[in-house]
Design a protein around this ligand. Structure first.
Ligand code: ADP
Ligand code: MG
Length: 446
């Protein structure tokens, strides 16, 4: 590619992907990887037939273009993310399809449009959403970030990573506060130094002080005879993460405030001050301001901690993250247990219907449980506990499940009409084996 072509391709609004006549992926631009939420190197060099076999994609537009020798559009699920793909053939001198160019668009952005509008726009090959912009962010291993809201949080983390201001993370349990702390540490100038995590609600109040500040030998009965450095000392040069800070007793709050003002500590039973150089990150799922009003949290400490406040929205407020997270955890747990469990078609869409009171942690635990308990290597709708709790309203079916139901109905009607699978397949324009597969999936008996 010459430099101008490269600019055009890399700044294209669409995700772009080039497939050769064997189905090998030759090239993919940055936006394609963003829209599909996976790193480029995981796809380029791979083959679409393998991806299809492995369930990474549920359909291949490229193979259809190769077969039909004309442009083809359709909705494809790539690792759980629905994308709209238009494939265009590139012909060689013998009028054979030599390569296929794929334009990939984010369907979550299109959810408010009707499917026929989407498809007709796609067939005309017009951009569907002008307003679509993803903020520039590097790919972060182990962190799934598709939603604008979460990407904003990450942007902020990168912005403040290199300075030493105190950071205060607010967000419900399981939203990823610890994920943020780990990233902040990695990106900070203190990355080579310790990151010490303290869960203030897990340590009994009477132990917390000695844990945080340490003690000299003989400081109190039962104390280790050699004395012990506290967590602040252990974090020296690095970052201390005070998790669940809202649960810290008031008397300790006063001592923490002193540390943050003086940047020195004294061990319990000690005589000399120890100079400290720590950056403080604190977090809570409580409303600290409300605690301040109730007199349970010191206002002066609140101000000290709250130099850079970062709010991490709950999962239900960033639905774009649910499917990519679900797929990420599926892969992770499959790897952990050496399994090959898949989501049944349509099941992953239902994740958006649920409220996720336990946020990302709840999803992670649920998927782990489903992966290890799945009987036929497939997680189907009916396995999802929140469906069983009938939280799910059939009035809010996602597109995929509506389409599947229609498909099932049509196949059923044609089978009634034509009786044999051969004739039915012919009438539907699909192969007999494809029909039998679908019948199995829909549990339609011959
Ligand atoms: N954006 C994300 N990408 C990948 N994993 C995530 C993400 N957010 C949370 N997790 C995972 O979910 C679980 C809960 O996250 P955690 O950071 O411990 O939440 P919190 O500290 O807010 O309670 C962890 O296992 C974490 O790795
Ligand atoms: Mg936590």
């Amino acid at each position: 590619m010459n430099p101008i072509e490269k600019i055009i391709v890399e700044h294209s609004f669409d995700g772009l992907c080039l497939i050769d006549k064997n189905g090998d992926c030759l090239y993919m631009n940055q936006n394609a990887s963003k829209i599909c939420s996976f790193p480029i190197h995981e796809f380029v060099g791979g083959n679409v037939k393998n991806a299809l076999k492995d369930g990474e994609i549920n359909d291949s537009i490229a193979l259809k273009v190769l077969r039909h020798k004309r442009p083809v559009s359709g909705v494809v699920t790539i690792r759980g993310v629905d994308v709209l793909i238009t494939g265009s053939p590139v012909f060689d001198a013998n009028k054979q399809v030599d390569k296929v160019v794929l334009n990939i668009r984010d369907i979550n952005e299109l959810n408010n449009l009707r499917i026929d509008q989407i498809l007709s726009l796609a067939l005309k090959n017009k951009p569907i959403h002008d307003d679509f912009s993803v903020e520039e962010l590097p790919e972060i291993p182990g962190v799934v970030a598709k939603s604008k809201a979460f990407r904003k949080v990450l942007k902020m983390v990168y912005r403040i990573a290199k300075v030493d201001s105190s950071v205060y993370l607010q967000g419900e349990s399981g939203v990823g506060k610890e994920v943020i702390v780990n990233l902040l540490h990695r990106e900070s100038t203190r990355s080579g130094k310790p990151l010490i995590k303290v869960n203030c609600s897990a340590i009994p109040a009477q132990l917390l002080e000695s844990e945080l500040f340490g003690y000299e030998k003989g400081a109190f009965t039962g104390a280790d005879q050699r004395g012990k450095p506290g967590l602040f000392e252990q974090a020296n040069g690095g970052i201390i993460f005070l998790d669940e800070i809202g649960d810290m007793p008031l008397d300790l709050q006063a001592k923490i405030l002193r540390v943050l003002q003086e940047y020195e500590i004294m061990r319990i039973g000690g005589r000399k001050n120890i100079q400290l150089n720590v950056r403080v990150v604190s977090a809570t799922n409580k409303d600290l301001e409300a605690l301040v009003k109730e007199g349970k949290f010191r206002l002066d400490l609140f101000y000290r901690l709250n130099i850079v406040p970062i709010f991490i929205p709950p999962l239900r407020d960033r639905p774009e993250d649910t499917a990519p997270l679900a797929h990420y955890f599926l892969q992770q747990k499959n790897k952990k247990y050496g399994l090959k469990v898949k989501f049944a078609p349509g099941s992953i869409q239902l994740f958006n219907e649920y409220d996720w009171p336990g946020n990302v942690r709840e999803m992670e635990n649920m998927i782990e449980r489903l992966v290890v308990t799945s009987e036929n290597n497939e997680i189907s709708w009916s396995d999802l506990p929140f469906i069983k709790q009938s939280h799910y309203s059939p009035l809010q079916q996602p597109l995929k499940s509506i389409l599947l139901e229609i498909e099932k109905k049509i196949i059923y009607q044609k089978l009634e009409l034509y009786k044999t699978t051969r004739k039915t397949a012919e009438a539907l324009g699909i192969s007999q084996s494809a029909l039998v597969k679908k019948m199995k999936r829909f549990q339609l008996n011959e």
